[in-house]
Design a protein around this ligand. Structure first.
Ligand code: SF4
Length: 705
C-alpha cells in the first residue's frame, strides 16, 4: 500500500487529496487535512475523482493517424505520428508563415505543459497562436484586474473568508461550483450570524438560498447594480476619501458616471427593489471586511471586462482592498487556469505575466529561451478567432490539447464546420469521448491525472505538486513529454532536451525572476516539503531550506502594479450589448453548471454516482412563460435561437425570473444526437477587450416539441 499527496483536478479551489494505492492496484482517496485549501474536505466531484482513472474503458491507448479524413484511423508508433505532424507543420509554416498553425489548450493542463507549448510556438515557431479554454472562462477577470490593479493578480486568499463580515457573491453559484469555498463561507456565517451574505444572480440557486439578501437582477444589468451601489456609497459618505486621494486615479469620472442614473432608475432596470440596493450598499459601507466573489456571470459577457471593473470599483472607492477580509476574488473555474496565466498561456501574454506587445518583455524571453526567431509583436488568435480563422482557411492547422471545443465553444455549429473544413487537426487527449476525435488527422493519447507529474496553481495563487502515482495505459504519454518530443522532431531538440518535468518547472521558475510573480528557486522538492506555496514568495531560501512562505494577500501597502502605483477606478457605461430579444426570440437563455458534473462530462459523466444527481439535461422555465406556451412540467420542448436548436424536457420553476430560462452547459451527445448541446444556441459575440464569449445571454424561443 502506498499513499500519494496530490490536488483535485476539477476546479480552481485546488483541494489537496491523499490517494492510496492498494497492493492490488485499487485506488482510494480522501481529502488532505494538511492542505490549507480544503483542510480535508472534498465535494462530491473530488470524492469520486479516482474513479475517473480507474475506469479506462474510454481511454485513447495508441497514437493513430490517417492520410485523409475519408480513411479510417490507423494505429502508428509515436515517432511516425510526431514525424508526420512535424512534417505537416513545417510545410505549412514554410508556405503560409508561422501564423498558419495554432495550439488550443486547456486549464486542465499542468503548469509545465502550458510552459512548454508556449515556449514552442511563441519562441521557436514564431507565432502567438496559442489560446486556452480559459479564454472562455476567466479572461474578462484577467483584463479587469490588469486595468484596475495593474496586473492579473488575485489580491486575496481563502483566509479572507473568516475575516470578512460582508460576502458579496455575484454571477456565481459557489455552493455548487466551488463547494469547498462555500462550506467555509457557511461555517463562518454559522459561527458569526451577523456576517451578511449578498447574492446577485438572475436565478435562485443554493448560493442565493443561503444568503441574507438575494438581488435577483435582470440578465445583463450587473453594471447598473454596481454603479447604483457606488452612487449610494458616495451619497452616504461610505467612501474612503483618504485612500482614494492617496492610492487611486479616476474617481471624479466615476462619480460623474454613477450620478447619471438614479437608484430608482437602476432598480427598475435591474428589476429589483430600490430598498434592496440600499440595504446592500449600507452593509458594504458599514462593514470592516468586504469580500466579493464572482465567476462566469460577470466574465462570460460581451461587457465582461466592464462588469469586472464595476465590481472592483466598489473596493477601490471604499479602500476595502489589501486588508484582511477585503478584496475582489475572481474564482477560477478550472484547476490550473492560474498556472496557465503564469506561464503565458493566452494569445496575448508571455511567461511571468509579461505581455507580447511589450518589446522589453519579448526581449527578456527571447534572451531567456535563446530563440531562433523573434517573438511576434502582436497577440495571436484567441479561442473563437481560431475557429473563425479555420473556417476562412487563414489558419491551416490546429492542435487541440485536453479540451473538448465541440461542446464548449459558443455557436458550436460554426466551430464544428470549421474543424470539418480545416486542413490538419491534431487531437491530444485522454479520452475517446472527446467530440473532436472524429475530425482528427492525428490522435495522440495523453496520460491522465495521477499518471504524470507536474504542478498546478489554484485560485488563491497556491502552487501544489502533483506526483505520478500510476502508469498510463497503453502507450499514452505525459503531455509535457509529447510536446518536447514533437519540438525535437521540429528541429528544436537542443532547447527542449528535458529528462523530466522537474527540469521544465525549474526553467519556468527561473524566468519569473524579478517579476511580480517571482517564484525563483521553488522546485519540486520544496513544494513536496511545504505541501503548497503561494506566490509571490516572501522569504528567500537556499539549498531547499524550509519553510517557505508565500504572500497571502497582495497590495497590503496599497502600492498597486500600475506604472504610478495607483489603482485605476474606471467610469464604465452600464448598457448591455448582448444580442437583442425579439418577437421571434423573446426569452433570454443563460447556461451554467449543475452540482455533480464537470465541463463536457468526459470525466464526471463516467462516474455512476455523479450521474445520479441530475441524469438528464433540462430547461428551467418560469411558470408564466410555461403557461403562455402551454407547456407542462416534464414535457419535451424545443429551444431555438438564431443559430440552432436544443430539445430537452422542461422543469417549470420560479428559480428563474420571468423571461429567463436556464440550460446546463455539460451535455454534448446523447444517444448520438447533439440536441442537448447548450452551445447550439449561444453566439460568437465576445467582449472587445477580453475576447470572452457572451455565453450568459442568448435570445431564444421555447415551444412544445
Ligand atoms: Fe475538487 Fe473543486 Fe470539489 Fe475541491 S471544490 S474537491 S477542487 S471539485
Amino acid at each position: 500500500m502506498k499513499t500519494f499527496k496530490s490536488t483535485c483536478c476539477y476546479c480552481g479551489v485546488g483541494c489537496g487529496v491523499v490517494v492510496t494505492k492498494e497492493g492490488n492496484g485499487q485506488l482510494s482517496l480522501e481529502g488532505d487535512k494538511e492542505h490549507p485549501s480544503n483542510m480535508g474536505m472534498l465535494c462530491s466531484k473530488g470524492m469520486n475523482l479516482h474513479y475517473t482513472v480507474m475506469d479506462q474503458s474510454d481511454r485513447l491507448l495508441y497514437p493513430q493517424m490517417r492520410l485523409n479524413r475519408s480513411m479510417p484511423m490507423q494505429r502508428v508508433n509515436w515517432d511516425d505520428a510526431l514525424e508526420r505532424t512535424a512534417a505537416v507543420f513545417k510545410t505549412l509554416i514554410k508556405k503560409f508563415g508561422p501564423d498558419s498553425v495554432a495550439f488550443y489548450v486547456s486549464g486542465q493542463c499542468l503548469t509545465e505543459e502550458y510552459y512548454l507549448v508556449n515556449k514552442l510556438i511563441k519562441g521557436f515557431i514564431g507565432s502567438n497562436n496559442i489560446d486556452t479554454n480559459s479564454r472562455l472562462c476567466m479572461s474578462s477577470a484577467v483584463v479587469g484586474y490588469k486595468l484596475a490593479l495593474g496586473e492579473d493578480s488575485v489580491p486575496v486568499c481563502y483566509d479572507d473568508i473568516e475575516a470578512a463580515d460582508v460576502i458579496f457573491v455575484t454571477g456565481a453559484n459557489p455552493a455548487w461550483c466551488h463547494p469547498i469555498i462555500w462550506r467555509r463561507v457557511e461555517a463562518h456565517k454559522a459561527a458569526n450570524p451577523d456576517v451578511k451574505i449578498i447574492c446577485v444572480d438572475p436565478r435562485k440557486t443554493d448560493t442565493s438560498r443561503s444568503s441574507d439578501l438575494h438581488l435577483q437582477i435582470a440578465p445583463g444589468t450587473d453594471i447598473v447594480l454596481n454603479n447604483a451601489i457606488g452612487r449610494i456609497l458616495i451619497e452616504k459618505n461610505y467612501i474612503d476619501q483618504q485612500f482614494i486621494a492617496a492610492h487611486t486615479d479616476g474617481f471624479p469620472d466615476f462619480q460623474e458616471k454613477v450620478m447619471q442614473r438614479t437608484v430608482a432608475e437602476a432598480a427598475e432596470l435591474c428589476g429589483i427593489d430600490a430598498a434592496d440596493i440600499y440595504t446592500a450598499a449600507e452593509w458594504i459601507g458599514q462593514c470592516k471586511g468586504f469580500l466579493s466573489f464572482w465567476t462566469m456571470g460577470l466574465n462570460q459577457s460581451v461587457i465582461g471586462v466592464n462588469k469586472n471593473l464595476s465590481l472592483i470599483n466598489l473596493h477601490l472607492i471604499t479602500g476595502k482592498i489589501g486588508k484582511p477580509g477585503n478584496g475582489p476574488f475572481s474564482l477560477t473555474g478550472q484547476p490550473n487556469a492560474m498556472g496557465g496565466r503564469e506561464t503565458g498561456g493566452l494569445a496575448n501574454i508571455l511567461p511571468g505575466h509579461r505581455e507580447v506587445i511589450n518589446a522589453s518583455h519579448r526581449a527578456e524571453m527571447e534572451e531567456f529561451w535563446n530563440t531562433p526567431v523573434k517573438i511576434a509583436n502582436k497577440p495571436g488568435l484567441t479561442a473563437t478567432e481560431m475557429f473563425e480563422a479555420l473556417a476562412d482557411d487563414k489558419l491551416k492547422a490546429i492542435w487541440i490539447i485536453n479540451t473538448n471545443p465541440l461542446v464548449s465553444m459558443p455557436d458550436i455549429n460554426v466551430a464544428e464546420a470549421a474543424l470539418n473544413k480545416s486542413r490538419f487537426v491534431v487531437v491530444q487527449d485522454v479520452s475517446n469521448r472527446a467530440d473532436t476525435v472524429k475530425f482528427a488527422d492525428v490522435v495522440l493519447p495523453a496520460a491522465a491525472w495521477l499518471e504524470k507529474e507536474g504542478t498546478m496553481t489554484n485560485a488563491e495563487r497556491r502552487i501544489t505538486h502533483l506526483p505520478k502515482a500510476i502508469d498510463a495505459p497503453g502507450e499514452a504519454l505525459p503531455d509535457a513529454e509529447i510536446i518536447w518530443r514533437f519540438a525535437a522532431k521540429m528541429g528544436f531538440g537542443d532547447s527542449f532536451d528535458y529528462k523530466n518535468t522537474s527540469e521544465v518547472y525549474d526553467e519556468y521558475t527561473a524566468c519569473t525572476a524579478g517579476t511580480t510573480i517571482d517564484v525563483t528557486g521553488v522546485n519540486y522538492q520544496l513544494l513536496k516539503t511545504n505541501r503548497s506555496i503561494q506566490w509571490p514568495l516572501t522569504t528567500s531560501f537556499e539549498n531547499n531550506k524550509t519553510p517557505i512562505t508565500g504572500t497571502k494577500r497582495l497590495f497590503t501597502d496599497h502600492q498597486f502594479h500600475t506604472k504610478n502605483k495607483r489603482a485605476q477606478i474606471h467610469a464604465v457605461p452600464d448598457e448591455n450589448h448582448s444580442e437583442p430579444t425579439s418577437e421571434t426570440y423573446p426569452l433570454v437563455l443563460t447556461n451554467g453548471r449543475i452540482r455533480d458534473q464537470w465541463h463536457t462530462m468526459t470525466k464526471t459523466g463516467r462516474v455512476a454516482k455523479l450521474n445520479q444527481h441530475t441524469p438528464q439535461p433540462f430547461l428551467q422555465l418560469h411558470p408564466e412563460d410555461a403557461e403562455h406556451r402551454n407547456i407542462r412540467e416534464g414535457q419535451l420542448a424545443v429551444i431555438q435561437s438564431r443559430r440552432g436548436e436544443v430539445r430537452v424536457k422542461v422543469n417549470i420553476t420560479e428559480d428563474v425570473r420571468p423571461g429567463l430560462c436556464f440550460l446546463p452547459m455539460h451535455w454534448g451527445k446523447i444517444l448520438g444526437s447533439n440536441l442537448a448541446r447548450a452551445n447550439n444556441l449561444t453566439n460568437n459575440l465576445v467582449d472587445p477587450k477580453s475576447k470572452e464569449p457572451d455565453f450568459k445571454f442568448s435570445a431564444v424561443q421555447v415551444s412544445l416539441y
